[in-house]
Design a protein around this ligand. Sequence first.
Ligand code: OGA
Ligand code: MN
Length: 329
Amino acid sequence: MFKQKFKYFKRKNPNPDFDTILDIRAGDPQFLTVHELEGDLQNCHIQNNLLGLKEFAEWKVYELKSCPGLIFILNPFTSLGQRYWIARSVADYSRKPSLTNLDNQDAIQKNLDGKTWWEVAGRCNDNNSLSKKLRWATMGYHHNWDSKVYSEEAKSPLPNDLSLLSKHIVKTVLNIDFHPEASIVNYYFMDSFLSGHVDRSERNLVAPLVSLSFGQTAVFLVGGRTLDENPEAMLLESGDIVIMVGNSRFRYHGVPRIISAKRQPWKELLYHDNYKKCPVIEDDYRVEGTPYDGANRVTWDFVQHEKFWLPFDKYLNGARINLNVRQVI
Ligand code: OGA
Ligand code: MN
């Protein structure tokens, strides 16, 4: 049943009927329950602004009735917030000390000549294939794609901002103290998919898993504990957060297809954010070359600068980013 539906949504000719997809944005009480925020909001709310999130009053949080513990937060990010997390995922989380699928591709490493993937890929104006070569990056305890075992010998620090964001989300929604220890960034393109699976490598399967989506839209399937159960299809849009906790952690899930985003919140910066309150940044980036050198990292200031943002915007026209954070121990 899972594989059948997966194939159905993956196929291009003829296209599947996308109207059969459950629209979580409609909040239909037949399928979804409103999940009240369980954290101490008085205490938590100050962090929203620092992390690029909207005020709690604007958060829409649902739990899927047929899958208790599967929680959706419908894009709680400001447009500036989206830009920040997108640029961090593309330019910084893809760099050392992260591990990526490009690490042992000699031809690509030779081509990069010591520069980072984004320093080279982000600069190319035409439809360059290098930008599509990066498929994943791992941070913290590095996910081992073969053995599926996390090891003390294979870990690097988890970026502090990502750690704060995932803790804040779990504390706010579930009032649980989450200890983020591992993260995978998946870089998808319009023809990418992720087969049905259950994430069971983490020693701690009680802790929630936090998964963020940015860019183009994913068709997301969630089934049962076996592949025999019929999955539900939903759309994950830019900024949406999925939390898997409790029994939902044992459900098969996957992404059969990427479709063009109906909404592109990362392009709406001027309309939604306190853009004007931010310090004016001089237009001093060179058109040629990188706007920041290899030693720098993406900052909140950088992402407000159109010239800095442009390569990310281009990348995102044909890409989706899934940033997921796990507790291992
Ligand atoms: C994963 C995963 C789903 C997604 O990386 O384990 O299930 O939304 N990702 O891309
Ligand atoms: Mn998964």
